[in-house]
Design a protein around this ligand. Structure first.
Ligand code: KG4
Ligand code: ZN
Length: 343
């Protein structure tokens, strides 16, 4: 089966062609530079950019995969959650293609796609899904908008264990970075600066670390950084102290994410942990998760860095699995679901 997938839930315009588990092509056109000027994603601008970029991105994935529109067997797109006007662009375009080609359409939950992205690995020539290795797992989805722990009992069967009760982990990186004067999104820059700093230099709270639930909270950490900077403004004039601050904030976020993920997996008796979402690019998080999994005897599957952030490859791979398992297709009049919660 050859499938075209489209993802436009936030600020990346992405399309992919997948065929029988292989990602033949995957293009992501990022709007990060545009939104950086405003210090965050501006929904109206995001939608206009998707309108501008979608056709070139779809043309490029068809060309890269050497596939013509007439060879497509199905079309998929993200239904939600996400920014309403952004979602509309990708969904309605995908439904129009499915209508014109008279092919099935599959609407995908963005976070459900993240759950399976760690099972897409680098094959000899392209990215390829390897579900023959699949095993029950606890999956951490950690991005700018979400922080979720999900039990994936088997393929296409999952249950949310916990989520953030306030800010997402990526938001905490971005907002504390903004307080330090770093450009949006600050996560990658904090990651880079933290390499030169000491994670023990400053002691920040580890919210809900010992709480019995699988939920997260990051707004208290953000507030304590705000007060710390109010009381110690000279820190920002010292480049070494900025690195120490980045390392200390990062250490607090990573410790909570790792400890709660390991505990959730232990409690549910699974032997495997997976992680995806933009924050999974963070080097300290990847390293600490690997160490903790080794120590506790868990197999670890981290999404490929290129698939941690939003992409259509994961949408296409999940859509293909759903079609293969005879999950009902989605109507061409189906609407966007901006607030769709993962069950
Ligand atoms: O998944 P994503 O591209 O978009 C959504 O939020 O859906 O994630 C973006 C988030 C931003 O908050 C960004 O700062 C964070 O991921 N991020 C990082 C790193 N790379 C991206 N945070 C920490 N360290 C990184 N290396
Ligand atoms: Zn995402």
């Amino acid at each position: 089966m050859t499938l075209l997938a489209i993802e436009t839930s936030c600020d990346e315009t992405s399309a992919a062609i997948v065929r029988d588990g292989f990602v033949l092509s995957n293009t992501v056109s990022s709007q990060v530079a545009l939104h950086a000027e405003y210090g965050g994603v501006v929904p109206e601008l995001a939608a206009r950019e998707h309108l501008k970029n979608l056709l070139p991105v779809v043309r490029s994935v068809l060309g890269d995969a050497k596939v013509t529109a007439n060879q497509l067997d199905a079309v998929a797109a993200t239904l939600g959650p996400g920014l309403p006007t952004a979602l509309l662009v990708g969904l309605k375009a995908a439904q129009a293609v499915a209508f014109a080609l008279r092919k099935p359409f599959v609407g995908i939950h963005h976070h459900e796609a993240h759950l399976y992205s760690p099972w897409i690995g680098r094959g000899d020539h392209s990215l390829v899904a390897n579900f023959s290795d699949f095993q029950p797992n606890v999956s951490l989805i950690v991005s700018g908008g979400h922080t979720l722990l999900v039990l994936v009992e088997k393929e296409l069967k999952h249950r949310v264990l916990g989520s953030t009760i306030d800010d997402a982990a990526g938001e905490c990186f971005d907002k504390t970075g903004k307080m330090m004067g770093l450009a949006y999104p600050a996560g990658p820059e904090i990651d880079r600066l933290a390499e030169q700093g000491s994670p023990k230099a400053f002691d920040f709270p580890r919210p809900l670390l010992h709480d019995a639930s699988d939920d997260f909270s990051f707004s208290g950490l953000k507030t304590s950084v705000r007060y710390f900077l109010r009381d110690n403004p000279a820190i920002l004039d010292d480049s070494q102290k900025i690195c120490d601050l980045c390392a200390s904030i990062q250490a607090a976020i990573v410790e909570v994410l790792v400890a709660k993920t390991i505990r959730a997996a232990r409690r549910r008796n699974v032997r495997c942990i997976t992680a995806s979402g933009g924050v999974t690019c963070n080097r300290a998080l990847r390293q600490e998760l690997a160490l903790a999994c080794k120590k506790n005897g868990f197999a670890l599957r981290l999404a490929e860095k290129s698939l941690c952030t939003d992409n259509a490859a994961m949408i296409g791979i999940l859509a293909e699995r759903k079609l293969a398992q005879k999950v009902p297709t989605t109507g061409l009049d189906e609407d966007i679901k901006p607030g769709w919660e993962l069950a």
